[in-house]
Design a binder for this molecule. Structure first.
Ligand code: 5RP
Length: 220
């Protein structure tokens, strides 16, 4: 089975978390794209969606799914999004697609965060995937030096501007043994908009697509 087929299995399994007549939080990425395509088939059962990126907004609008501004929404029972890595406590690395800031906002605003991924994303320790950090452009060099002091090797993501007009530093060679602590440390650097560690608000449910079906892991 291909990685895409496993992503699709996870996306299919996430449909059962969609609450009828509610607004669904929708993330970004190739796994979420499968989810959006499936959500389109039941769009008559939901009121609409809030979106974590221009790309997901565009895809949902093409399907005729109504997309709301988060400011217009009081209740968000569930948020469905992918991840670049998850540990066994459902702490995540996100931001491979560069949408980490809006993703973190929607995750924070939702009652339940359901993460969908293929099984290769489950790791013992976060950090093999380079950690994305969204940074205000003028702070780029300063933040890069600070990230080096923390032990990482930041690389400026080429030709990439986020939906919020900022840049991304991808931090390589950075083993994240204490996700909550590292998230807080990087967050407090002036000029950092968002760090792609989701430990303060981890996923509540992780659905992993695998060759023998989708497996669900709940947060401890
Ligand atoms: C985007 C993300 C994605 O969820 C993450 O990169 C996973 O993407 P994919 O589903 O394509 O593997 O955080 O910012």
């Amino acid at each position: 089975m291909t990685q895409d087929e496993m992503k699709k299995k996870a996306a299919e399994a996430a449909l059962e978390y969609v609450v009828t007549d509610s607004i669904v939080g929708v993330g970004t990425g190739s796994t979420v794209n499968f989810f959006i395509d499936l959500l389109a088939e039941i769009k008559h059962k939901i009121e609409g969606a809030v979106s974590s990126s221009e790309a997901s907004t565009e895809r949902m609008k093409q399907h005729g799914i109504r997309v709301y501004d988060l400011n217009a929404v009081n209740e968000l029972p569930v948020y469905i999004d992918g991840a670049d890595e998850s540990d066994h406590y459902l702490n995540l690395i996100k931001g491979g697609g560069g949408a980490l800031t809006r993703e973190k906002i929607i995750a924070g605003a939702s009652d339940k965060f359901v993460c969908i991924a293929d099984e290769s994303k489950l790791v013992d320790v976060l950090g093999t995937f380079p950690l994305p950090v969204e940074v205000i452009p003028m702070a780029r060099s300063f933040i890069a030096r600070e990230l080096v002091k923390l032990g990482g090797r930041p690389v400026w993501r080429d030709n990439f501007i986020t939906d919020n007009g900022n840049i991304i530093l991808d931090v390589h060679d950075f083993e994240i043994l204490q996700p909550m602590k590292t998230e807080a440390e990087i967050n407090k650097l002036p000029g950092v908009v968002t760090v792609g560690i989701f430990a303060n608000r981890p996923a509540d449910v992780l659905i992993l697509g695998a060759p023998d079906g989708a497996k669900t892991v709940y947060s401890k």
